[in-house]
Design a binder for this molecule. Structure first.
Ligand code: GLY
Length: 306
């Protein structure tokens, strides 16, 4: 069965359109690229792509990842400033046996050679936010500030399982900082024989738990998708708790090899979009007092930027 799942309210419209296309016979690759690239090009979504959250130097540095669950091949771009669609570049790199993870200028040269348009990814708004934050003199160390990765997983009727991710990363990050989003196993993982998962939240914490791989490993061991994603996150949160570390900002989406979907979060509100044979819906995962609940929400009831 064709299925798709994407992080946050911001992905709902493009995931819904991608689901229509998947049901019409479109490939999972094209559905994932479409859903992520639509978010990347919309400057109203300030944590991804064009107009993303600036780093400490005022530049917008973008990361993206891609994995094909049928071949276990990956592509990724790190810390790129001018690639109009980082996820397209990551998709094109996927398939290479070597040199599939490129950063900075090398990634931009690849994108130009591949015909992906390059442009200044800053907007007046991103420059304005940077200037305001500088004026506030808030330290970069505390600047989580709601940065959110768009992650989309899709499976088509041919059984292809694909995951794509894209983000501008942490607001006021140090230039050169890279989070989980382009890192296989942390920000994303897909194995068509087991399932796929992707993460959003504070990359430094997600990477220490390799949470996407952990979720897929649990499905491979026989867990159902919701149990796998929930226990992957809960086990990590409990481990962190034993070290005296709180977990505030991690959310995961997952899909099993049959196209069933699941999600988990450490946050009070994590909206996500999913299209399955049950229909296309916006959901909200809520983690409160140690309990995770997931319910359907009307898209108009959840702010577009969340
Ligand atoms: N999860 C995105 C980042 O930390 O960069």
């Amino acid at each position: 069965m064709a299925s798709i799942i994407g992080t946050w309210r911001m992905s709902y419209d493009s995931v819904a359109e991608a689901y229509r296309r998947l049901c019409g016979g479109e490939s999972a690759m094209n559905a994932v690229e479409y859903a992520v690239a639509e978010v990347e090009k919309n400057p109203a979504f300030t944590s991804v792509g064009y107009g993303g959250l600036p780093a400490r130097d005022g530049q917008v540095y973008l990361d993206a990842g891609w994995m094909d669950g049928n071949t276990l091949r990956c592509g990724a771009v790190l810390s790129v400033r001018h690639i109009s669609s980082p996820v397209k570049a990551a998709r094109l790199l996927c398939g290479r046996a070597k040199n599939w993870m490129l950063c900075g200028e090398g990634a931009e040269a690849f994108a130009i050679a591949a015909g992906i348009p390059v442009m200044d990814m800053r907007t007046d708004n991103s420059v304005h936010r940077w200037r305001e934050r500088l004026a506030d003199e808030i330290s970069a160390a505390g600047a989580y500030d709601g940065h959110d990765t768009v992650c989309v997983i899709a499976k088509d009727d041919e059984g292809h399982l694909i995951v794509g991710t894209s983000t501008s990363g942490l607001f006021m990050k140090e230039p050169g900082r890279v989070g989980d989003t382009p890192i296989a196993g942390s920000g994303f993982y897909a194995d068509a024989e087991a399932g796929a998962a992707a993460a959003t939240g504070l990359g430094e914490d997600i990477m220490r738990g390799c949470l996407s791989y952990e979720t897929v490993a649990r499905m491979r061991a026989g867990d159902n998708v919701q149990h796998a994603v929930e226990t992957a996150l809960q086990t990590y949160m409990m481990r962190r708790d034993r070290m005296g570390e709180e977990t505030e900002n991690i959310s995961l989406i997952a899909m099993d090899a049959a196209g069933n979907v699941g999600a988990a979060t450490s946050m009070e509100s994590f909206p996500f979009a999913a299209g399955t044979p049950d229909g296309m819906f916006l959901y909200e995962a809520v983690y409160r007092h140690g309990q995770l609940t997931i319910g359907r929400r009307h898209p108009e009831d959840i702010p577009l930027g969340s």
